[in-house]
Design a protein around this ligand. Structure first.
Ligand code: SAH
Length: 454
């Protein structure tokens, strides 16, 4: 295809869709033009910036007919910060778009005709994140800054608040940088690899109100640690844990291997439903606890456990879904590739007094076939894979072993549709798909699919 438009053309276009980055898409004789800030169902005058063989980019000059769902983005940093993509779309509009997106992807990629239900969204889609990872640095004038990164970059947008984070994270964002010079702590500079304070991670357990603050430092020797602790206690009076994590490497990975306790407890305790979880500085934990409960409840409803089932939870992380299922099942076996997460899962099972759970570290596609060989069978199989979806070998095992029900929790509708097609071709039928909005104002959408062997 050769581009039907060229650089510097001005034209009026109709926006049909949104990309994963939140850019509007217009089609000129089938040729996609990506337009930052444009929304579906808008007509806009645009200026072509760049054309490639199969697609191009344009800048919005004027919105001629705005989307009925367009709103003023509530966050003052929205146009610069890479954290949210959809604040210019009303929350209702976001949910509608996500529902259509999931439905279209199911049909286009998987030819899946099961009903896709309206997205379960949040009543109050703000301040939902329970973990803020805030990079600290200095600007060109040497002034301390803290904020979040611009889209696809490591440039920090200096900010005072973030509307999707907790109040405790906002205080750290706005106030800690102002205190650093007085305390005598220098923020880290990624380019020169100098300075002490790299990131501050704030985690909050919604249910108990416990707060952990983790200072990620470049060196283990942290001369002003006591002063830093006193300052954090002053800024966040409800803090229950202050930790230091050491990351000496020239890397953009946030955490290093070693974590030390500076003050208070090593963990915070949160609950999802009736289940308690211990969260340490580095442990994986879902970032939207309110919607996590909605998601897991949906998985539990679809699993429809009567009490005598054996269940496998593949890609189980710290065992959050496993423990939810264990309340209703005869036995749950969880498998996860990260050994530390399996340690957390075992501890969480013990903390809650479960005796019907078993966890093992390893690749699901190798461990589960072995379980079947050892006679450890399952009536219901739950999978919650990363974005790339299920490993093919795992899907093959499912088709060979034929558990009567499969519940597929997915963070990527594209790979979900692909895997559902494989399962349908092998004898399963998708009954229903329930999308859940775990990340309001982003383009991400989780979904739970329910399949029965037919
Ligand atoms: N169910 C958990 C975590 C889901 S995220 C929860 O709800 O919290 C997906 C998980 O799959 C991650 O923890 C990741 O470490 C794990 N993972 C990735 N590849 C894997 C594999 N091949 N086998 C088992 N687990 C894997």
């Amino acid at each position: 295809m050769s581009a039907p438009v060229k650089k510097n053309d001005r034209l009026t276009v109709y926006i049909e869709d949104l990309t994963h980055d939140g850019n509007g898409v217009a089609k000129i004789d089938g040729y996609p033009l990506f337009i930052q800030g444009a929304l579906p169902d808008e007509t806009a005058e645009v200026h072509v910036l760049k054309t490639l063989k199969n697609y191009g980019f344009a800048k919005m000059i004027e919105i001629i007919k705005p989307s009925p769902d367009r709103v003023e983005a509530p966050c003052e940093y929205f146009s610069q910060c890479g954290g949210c993509q959809l604040q210019h779309l009303s929350y209702e509009g976001q949910l509608k778009w996500k529902e259509n997106m999931v439905r279209n992807v199911m049909q286009r990629i998987g030819k899946i005709d099961a009903p896709v239900l309206p997205v379960k969204g949040m009543e109050e889609p703000w301040q939902y994140r329970n973990k803020a990872q805030i990079p600290f640095s200095t600007d060109e004038a040497g002034q301390e800054i803290a904020g979040f990164y611009k889209t696809k970059s490591h440039t920090i947008v200096d900010m005072e608040r973030c509307l999707i984070q907790t109040g405790e994270a906002d205080v750290i964002l706005a106030e800690l940088k102002k205190e650093l010079a007085t305390i005598g702590i220098s923020p880290y500079n990624e380019d020169t690899h100098e300075g002490m304070l790299r990131h501050v991670v704030v985690r909050k357990a919604r249910a108990t109100g416990e707060v952990m603050v983790v200072l990620v430092t470049k060196k283990k020797k942290f001369p002003k640690a006591e002063e830093a602790v006193a300052t954090i206690q002053k800024l966040v009076p409800n803090v229950t844990s202050i930790m230091q994590n050491i990351n000496c490497d020239k890397t953009n990975v946030i955490f290093g291997e070693e974590t030390l306790n500076l003050w208070g407890k090593d963990v915070i305790i949160d609950t999802i439903g009736d289940i308690r979880f211990e969260i340490s500085a580095r442990s994986f934990y879902q970032v939207n606890p309110i919607q996590t409960e909605v998601l897991y409840q949906q998985a539990l409803d679809y699993a429809d456990l009567q009490g005598d089932e054996r269940v496998i939870d593949a890609y189980c992380g710290i065992g959050t879904i496993s423990l939810f299922l264990a309340q209703k099942a005869k036995a749950v076996m969880g498998v996860e590739i990260v050994p530390q997460a399996i340690e957390d899962a075992k501890r969480n099972a013990e903390l809650n007094g479960f005796t019907n759970t078993y966890f093992e570290a390893g690749p699901a596609e190798e461990v589960i076939p072995r379980w079947y060989k050892e006679g450890k069978e399952a009536d219901v199989l739950v999978v919650d894979p990363p974005r790339k979806g299920c490993d093919e070998a795992l899907l093959t095992t499912i088709l060979e072993q034929r558990p009567k029900r499969v519940v597929y929790v997915s963070c990527n509708p594209g790979t979900l549709a692909r895997d559902l097609r494989i399962l349908e071709d092998g004898g399963y039928k998708t009954q229903e798909i329930q999308p859940v909005d775990m990340f309001p104002h982003s383009t991400h959408c989780e979904a739970v699919a329910w399949l029965e062997l037919v």
